[in-house]
Design a protein. Sequence first.
Length: 829
Amino acid sequence: MGYDFQTIETKWQRIWEERRAFEVETDPSKPKFYCLEMFPYPSGALHMGHIRNYSMGDMLARFLRKRGMNVLYPMGFDAFGMPAENAAIKYKTRPHDWTWKNIEHMTIQLKRMGYSYDWRRRVESCNPDYYRWNQWIFLQMYKHGLVYQKEAPVNWCEPCGTVLANEQVEGGTCWRCHHPVIKKNLKQWFIKITDYAQELVDDIETGLQGWPERVRIMQRNWLGRSEGACLEFEVLDLNYTIPAFTTRFDTVFGITFIALAAEHELVALMLNKMEEGEAQKMRDFVAQCMAQSSIERSDAGAEKLGFKTPFCGLHPVTGKPIPIWIANYILMDYGTGAIMGVPGHDQRDFDFCRKYGIDVIPVINPEGETLDGATMETAFEGDGFVCNSGQFNGLPTQEAIPTMIDWGEKEGYCSREIQFRLRDWLISRQRYWGTPIPFVHCPHCGTMPIPEDQLPVLLPEDVEVREVGRSPLLDRPEWLSTLCPQCGQPAQREADTMDTFFCSSWYFARYCSPGYTQAPFDTKDTDYWMAVDQYIGGIEHACLHLIYARFFTKFLADIGMLKVREPFTNLLTQGMVIKDGAKMSKSLGNVVDPTEIVSTYGADTARLFILFAAPPQNDLDWSERGVEGAHRFIGRVWRCVEDNLDSLRTHEGRRVPMKALKKPELRDFKRKIHSAVAAVTRDIEEEKQFNTAIARLMELTNAIYAFHPEDETGHALQREAVDSLLHCLSPFCPHVAEELWEMLGNKTLLSLAPWPTVEDEALVADVVTIVVQINGKLRARLELPAGLGKEELEKVVMEDASVQERLQGREPIKKIVVPDKLVNLVVKN
RNA sequence: GCGGGGGUGGCGGAACGGCAGACGCGCCAGACUUAGGAUCUGGUGCCAUUGGCGUGGGGGUUCAAGUCCCCCCCUCCGCACCA
């Protein structure tokens, strides 16, 4: 009987399911652990990235279960989104049918991997039982003033036919299709995530200690908090004031121009007052700016272009008129879309002024230097001393900034302000396959929310998607037409759906009470299970899902539904699975299908290899040879049980304590067993180094092979070793471990059996290798009894013949003695 | 440009400031075999004769540096006209 993984894996998956081994309940009397992986989009098939992600999570969940925790470990599907619409067109099906077919197929695939999910808790975001709560939460946000509609220049992806949130624009391109994003003026739905900007920044320090530093930095940069001041320019001949934000109020006396973004609202007001010829030129310039894609406009190296308007704004301090320009490098997305131009101390402004012949007035001198605006070749952006600024001359920069803002506030020239880069979350999408936004447009009452008791607003499922970029909802008059909940008159439904990131912003709370019908979740469940103790997923969500979910959690806490303000206590971002140096992709043809690996080698092998081949955060290079190696190791474990089965079965459960062992080889073996268990525990629990944990198991296996029991004690030790090995292997290769456990005569489930305890006295060595160095170089190794004191150790080493030979009569001028470790003798030459 | 990783055998990767290269892959040899691409055992950083040299390069701290400090090079990843 060999290692028949197919039979074994099917068998144990069936038994776990029959015995409901991994179903858990809220139970405040038990310590809990919430282990979660980012739920997948039901694209149709699992890929290696999924396998890697879930193999880590399942290993942890299984480990912690054996460590005595009540482990919540659920799985679900992020099931709304564009690919379903594209597939519907391509395969002439319905997004609904395609998605559900994929969900069922992928669930089977996941089950074949032996992942220990509590499947009763499966959540699908396209299920009305789920998305009704999207709508409900959206209405709560609306009630709390966090939802609004606004016409604004927004990111538009032409191929996708929809708008995008700022977070979904990557380097000026659409995060999904990577086509350049353009700006369009559209009326859209927004969520005021910016109300939480400060807390989102603050809690990076206090609440995300368990996150990789990299992700914390990415979020900090994305939120982009900067302190400064806001000042206003009163525009001459127009009843308008331009607010502008600056972090360098100390350079306020160096303003020589004002610059506006092309989208600035003042542009239209100015055009109204301008004579036609000039107005046309300005319109052309604005059009030219706006025609640039986001990529072009955000390229720091691009040429700065400007247009001088015939208007001036008054300098808030000096009252001098300052010319107003429109410039292509001013972003409407940041600050107020207008800046105070200080060419002396901002390189962009400097380049702009040199090009258009605008004056440069230095107001900060570097230490020991005096700048000349006429001859400067670059802006001076560093710290220095204020000049050309009246009473403030001579102040060092770091002092000048707060001093001058204080003065400006007192005199009414400015107000202290904190600016964030984060913009409000554009939540509406011109898509079909998503959560309907629960609002109607009534000609009399305006835009009205659907009352909560009328939720969900169901998404019609029997649709035909004909073309990309046209929601079939627009062709459903019977769905669009409804009655206004306020006046009862005919009204139109909102046809936009929600960004699918809305769904994924709170699903972790839904897992806590998946069937709950009174609210998104039952607080008695979330109070127990939340926050997620370990979250695992890709780094690509650093500034998307991981920010949105944090925001949701804070909002839900504010309305009294959650007790935690951060959703994920610890975050593990796993590296990519690559092959031949490149990310696995269909176009490169280097994709390895998990299904094939599972049928060739089994799920246990796939899991073991993927956890062994690289540390979790690193990219993992897929290697067929490596997979074979993992498979070989499992075979080795199998044989070491099978070959000794009779003796193993008859020596069950009797641990021989260290002090009862006399023979050195028995003591050594016992020590190897316990240090292996201790190391595996530490590697998983503290270091999160799963690859080295597996290496320990291989060492233990090698030790078992090398050990040949000669007496009853030896046989008992061998059994202890095998038991320990199976326990430790069980989170990694649960099926084969369970099978071998049963072969040994056990009736219980290994998956639920307690993790082995480590006997501390079995970790203490009898003999240690003392490294003897001379001038830091290894010169001898001495096997000596452990626990020698410094003096004693020094004496033994100095008396050793090989050491004396090495010293060749030289007397050490210094002796470094580290007990149980090394002796370093320092000699002259 | 700014920020963050990372550079260790033929390869993936190990190493509380204390024996560099655990474990695995590959390779070499042996055993068992009709056979071996199965299995088991042993070997395997480089150069050489004792002995040297080795963790991207160069300095430094230290009895001792892959590990700490300074400078430089290369690479991957984020962000990038953020006022």
